[in-house]
Design a protein around this ligand. Structure first.
Ligand SMILES: Nc1ncnc2c1ncn2[C@@H]1O[C@H](COP(=O)(O)OP(=O)(O)OP(=O)(O)O)[C@@H](O)[C@H]1O
Ligand SMILES: [Mg+2]
Length: 260
């Protein structure tokens, strides 16, 4: 069964996009058929895999704001190829910000992404969805469409702030709109082995977070921060770095959780 993983935390700059881009690249390098969906109007994931979008190209905005009854054929026209053979993209542009407003008055406004992914889901082993730093209708569409949520947590002071609100939103979504949604786990990001603070945050998250915390910890690495400016996932930019190894290890851990 296709696993649809929402990479979600309404706190900004915690490593959501870096994780969505590099984990999807790592899964695709393991020859898993993978789709990356960019659900953030900042369009960082689209840029991160080096896809440039023309004015007339179909994007996630069109997916969410169209009244179309999807068929597998019509839905597949929204899929873009990337430099990696097993990785496709549903891109975003800044126009996606308008969807948040247009959806307010739309019918079945929380179900739009879910209906779309239903038509193309069976083509993929994994679908990863990058979300914006907010808990609005875009994120709600993602939580309704997903099978699980991965929560990146930055190894910094205030790391756990806002987590209760996110967990509450997940719970409400489970209760009313998507009972099958599970929590994939928390992912510690931007870890600096040289600082006591990083270690304290890791300890705190491992002891106080009641859900799974991934064994893999993503180190702070300048190469991970540089790679997007070249439009490349870390595995294509510099595979021989700790950041690349960490995302490959995370992919192994995610795949290890597969029943199939
Ligand atoms: N492990 C890392 N090491 C060094 N820099 C990192 C790492 N992970 C992310 N960054 C950098 O930190 C910044 C924030 O990361 P990212 O864009 O992935 O966060 P985000 O949660 O998607 O942010 P937003 O909430 O704005 O969407 C970016 O400049 C990114 O390149
Ligand atoms: Mg982001």
């Amino acid at each position: 069964m296709t696993r649809i993983i929402a990479v979600c935390n309404q706190k900004g700059g915690v490593g959501k996009t870096t994780t969505a881009v590099n984990l999807s690249a790592a899964l695709s390098m393991a020859e898993k058929r993978t789709l990356l969906v960019d659900a953030d109007p900042q369009a960082n994931a689209t840029q991160g895999v080096g896809v440039s979008i023309g004015e007339d190209d179909p994007t996630l905005y069109d997916v969410l704001c169209s009244d179309e009854e999807w068929t597998p054929d019509s839905a597949s026209s929204y899929l873009h190829k990337t430099a990696l053979p097993f990785l496709d993209l549903v891109p975003a542009t800044h126009h996606l910000a308008g969807a948040e407003i247009e959806l307010v008055s739309a019918i079945a406004r929380e179900m739009r992404l879910r209906s779309f992914l239903k038509q193309i889901g069976q083509r993929y082993d994994y679908i990863l969805i990058d979300t914006p730093p907010s808990l609005g209708l875009l994120t709600l569409n993602v939580l309704v469409a997903a099978t699980s949520v991965m929560i990146p947590i930055q190894c910094e002071y205030y790391a756990l702030q806002g987590l209760a609100e996110l967990l509450n939103t997940i719970r409400l979504t489970q209760r009313s709109l998507n009972p099958d949604l599970t929590i994939e786990g928390a992912l510690l990001t931007m870890f600096q082995s040289s600082t006591l603070l990083s270690k304290q945050v890791v300890d705190e998250v491992r002891t106080s977070f009641n859900e799974k915390v991934f064994q893999t910890v993503i180190p702070r690495s300048i190469k991970l921060a540089e790679a997007p400016s070249f439009g490349k996932p870390i595995l294509l930019y510099d595979i021989a770095t700790p950041g690349a190894s960490a995302y490959m290890k995370l992919a192994q851990e995610v795949m290890g959780g597969d029943a199939a």
